[in-house]
Design a protein around this ligand. Structure first.
Ligand code: CP
Length: 298
C-alpha cells in the first residue's frame, strides 16, 4: 500500500515515471477497465472544482466508481465524529481515499488510520501533491524541467501548491524566484530545507524584474480562507496582476501557470496569449490523476 501525502516523500525517478505514465494515458494508451470494480472515496472538507472533479473523472475513465462527501455538513463529522473514526469507517467502503481538509497534517493523519491508500488533495496550507504532478507535467509539455528559472508569485505562505511545487523542483536543479506581499513569504522551514538541498532562491520586490528572467511564471491566489480576518486579507490582496503589457518583456517561450481558481491575479486578456497554459494545466489533472490512481489502486 502506498499513500501519496507529500511530494517530498518521492524521488525524481518516481515523479518522472509517473509523468511518463500520464503521458501514455494522455495518448489514450490505457485500459478503460483497469480499475473496474474499484471504489474511490472522495472526501472533500473544503471547496474544490478541479481536484475533486478530475479525480472523479479519472476513476470513471478507468472503469471504477466514486463515493463523494463534499462538505463537513454532509457527513457525521458534523455530529462530532473524529476524522480518525471517519477514515477507519470509509476505508471499509472503498479501495482508496482522496482527502482535502482545512488542517495541515490531516491527510497524513488519515493515512495512519486507513487500511487503504490515501491521496492528499490539499491539507490546509500544507501540501497538494497531485497539483504538483500536473504542474510538472504541464511544464514538461513546453520545456525540460531540468534547470528552469521559475517565479512563484503571490501567496507563498499559505499557498500549498507553491509549497509542493518548490519541493519537487529541488530534484530538477531549478532556480526559484519569489515575489509576494510582505508577510506571505515561503515558510522558513521550507526555504531552509530547499536551500540545504542546494536550491537557489532569489527573492524579488518588483514584478518587472522577474518577468524577463524566467521560463515559468507560477501565479497563485492570495488564500483568503486562511486569513484571520477580512482586513488582513484586503491589505495584501490585489498586490500583483499579470497583464499583456507586463508580458511584453517575457522570453518568447515563457509559460504562465496558475493552479486556479484565479481571482484577479491574471488579466483575462492574457488567456489569449500563447504564454497562457493554465487551462491546459487544469485539463492535465485528468491523465495525471489517472496515473496516480493506477499507481495506488492497481
Ligand atoms: N487547483 C485546485 O486545487 O483547484 P480546486 O480548489 O478547484 O480543486
Amino acid at each position: 500500500m502506498r499513500h501519496i501525502i507529500s511530494i517530498g516523500d518521492f524521488d525524481r525517478e518516481w515523479i518522472d515515471s509517473l509523468l511518463d505514465h500520464a503521458d501514455r494515458i494522455d495518448g489514450k494508451q490505457y485500459d478503460s477497465h483497469a480499475l473496474g470494480g474499484k471504489i474511490l472515496a472522495v472526501l472533500f472538507f473544503e471547496p474544490s472544482t478541479r481536484t475533486r472533479l478530475s479525480f472523479e473523472s479519472a476513476i470513471a475513465r478507468l472503469g471504477g466508481t466514486s463515493l463523494t462527501v463534499g462538505s463537513v455538513e454532509a457527513c457525521s463529522i458534523a455530529k462530532g465524529e473524529t476524522l480518525a473514526d471517519t477514515i477507519r469507517v470509509v476505508s471499509g467502503y472503498a479501495d482508496a481515499i482522496v482527502i482535502r481538509h482545512p488542517k495541515e497534517g490531516a491527510a497524513r493523519l488519515a493515512s495512519e488510520f486507513s487500511t487503504v491508500p490515501v491521496i492528499n488533495a490539499g491539507d490546509g496550507a500544507g501540501q497538494h501533491p497531485s497539483q504538483t504532478l500536473l504542474d510538472l507535467y504541464t511544464i514538461r509539455q513546453s520545456m525540460p524541467i531540468e534547470g528552469i528559472d521559475i517565479a512563484l508569485i503571490g501567496d507563498l505562505r499559505y499557498g500549498r501548491t507553491a509549497h509542493s511545487l518548490a519541493s519537487a523542483l529541488s530534484h530538477y536543479n531549478a532556480r526559484l524566484h519569489t515575489l509576494c506581499p510582505r508577510g506571505l513569504e515561503l515558510p522558513e522551514t521550507l526555504s531552509t530545507r530547499l536551500a540545504e538541498k542546494g536550491m537557489e532562491i532569489i527573492p524579488h520586490e518588483n514584478i518587472t524584474d522577474i518577468i524577463p528572467e524566467v521560463d515559468v511564471l507560477y501565479v497563485t491566489r492570495v488564500q483568503r480562507e486562511r486569513f484571520p480576518d477580512s482586513a488582513s486579507y484586503f491589505n495584501v490582496s490585489s498586490s500583483y496582476r499579470i497583464t499583456p503589457e507586463l508580458l511584453s518583456d517575457a522570453k518568447k517561450h515563457l509559460i504562465v501557470l496558475h493552479p486556479l481558481p484565479r481571482v484577479d491575479e491574471i488579466d483575462p486578456r492574457v488567456d489569449e496569449m500563447p504564454h497562457a497554459k493554465y487551462f491546459e494545466q487544469s485539463r492535465n489533472g485528468v491523465p495525471v490523476r489517472m496515473a496516480m490512481l493506477l499507481q495506488v489502486m492497481q
